[in-house]
Design a protein around this ligand. Structure first.
Ligand SMILES: [Zn+2]
Length: 341
């Protein structure tokens, strides 16, 4: 029997035949990066390979790195192993990685979602033998409603707050969620202001993507200017002195975790919108089916429950592997870059 094409070792997901890692969590020589979130694109690799539109994102986060950009479906071969990147639909420029060697195909999803959010390049199922998947929301309780309905709710929430003379503060992680919110809120309601961390990342993305006009909140921004308008900020901005400028304000968070009432209370926000950049239960199951795979490896999220369901109910050869990916959890915890901005 041939050794597995990809293994999980102390550094990350490793292809020995090509001597390449994918989303390694410790510094390695050569690393393919699925997307710009901190738990997938770590500092310290000698060489990075990622989608060309993710190049400015990880350069913004990691500084002066050696990085090669690839296009969707573009194949590149290392020591007989063929690699290509395919849209994961998770955030802008997020990829799945396809790995093929001697007729055997493995796909790693990184993080992904199945709904086309109108900003991130839409998820494409890729045929494979082994599918390595995240399952951040791998429980039947997670079932997303279409984003058009969520944005109707968000826009009416903003309009109502405005009518009551209050500023609306909406929290979303500075890379991905913040721009998805920005893309679909209605600029006809009022002006859109941004926290520095969100504005910095949005500026980088404007090179490849179109967003409505935003105004960076600075020391000089007055309470009067903000009144009735919308502020998009990272979750870490909640609770600091920064937010006092917004009084009177109403807060909301957009996350898959808002499915649980307790999650909103714990984060002390007035309103929770269920909006996730990860696949829900049905999305995970339909994606696995569409790949036509025989084997599934679950990397992060509800891995044990999810892989047991795949084995016992659907008959897949499914197992879990320990990784250091955090899924949407990381989107709600302060990141160094957010605290500093
Ligand atoms: Zn992510």
């Amino acid at each position: 029997m041939r050794p597995p094409l990809l293994v999980f070792n102390k550094n990350g997901i490793y292809c020995e035949q090509a001597d390449v890692y994918i989303d390694a969590w410790r510094p390695v020589n050569k690393c393919i990066i699925t997307h710009g979130h901190a738990d997938h694109s770590r500092w310290g690799h000698k060489q990075y390979i990622t989608h060309s539109k993710n190049v400015p994102i990880i350069k913004h986060r990691l500084g002066d790195i050696t990085v090669t950009g690839k296009e969707w479906n573009e194949t590149f071969t290392i020591n007989g192993v063929t690699f290509s990147l395919h849209p994961a639909g998770h955030i802008v420029a997020s990829s799945q990685v396809r790995v093929e060697y001697k007729g055997e195909v493995w796909v790693f999803t990184g993080d992904f979602k199945t709904e086309n959010d109108g900003l991130a390049e839409a998820y494409e199922p890729v045929k494979c033998n082994t599918f390595i998947t995240e399952c951040t929301f791998g429980l039947p309780a997670f079932s997303w409603i279409p984003q058009a309905e969520v944005f109707d709710d968000i826009n009416s929430w903003w309009a109502n707050n405005k009518a009551e003379g209050k500023t609306s503060v909406l929290f979303g992680y500075s890379l991905g969620k913040a721009q998805r919110l920005l893309k679909h809120v209605d600029p006809a309601i009022g002006q859109i202001f941004t926290h520095g961390a969100v504005e910095n990342m949005t500026e980088v993305l404007r090179e490849h993507y179109v967003f409505p006009k935003t105004t960076r909140i600075t020391r000089d921004t007055t309470k009067q200017e903000l009144l009735g308008n919308l502020v998009i900020a990272p979750p870490s901005a909640h609770g600091g002195t920064w937010i006092r400028k917004m009084v009177p304000y109403v807060t909301a968070t957009a996350s898959g975790w808002m499915t649980f009432r307790g999650a909103r209370r714990r984060r002390a926000v007035d309103r929770g919108f269920v909006l996730s950049d990860h696949a829900d239960w049905e999305g995970l199951l339909s994606s696995i089916k569409e790949t036509g795979c025989e084997k599934v490896i679950a990397t992060h999220g509800y891995t044990d429950i999810f892989s047991r369901y795949l084995r016992e109910e659907l008959g897949y050869d499914a197992r879990t592997e320990k990784t250091q990916y955090e899924g949407e959890q990381s989107e709600l915890e302060p990141k160094k870059e957010e605290v500093e901005s």
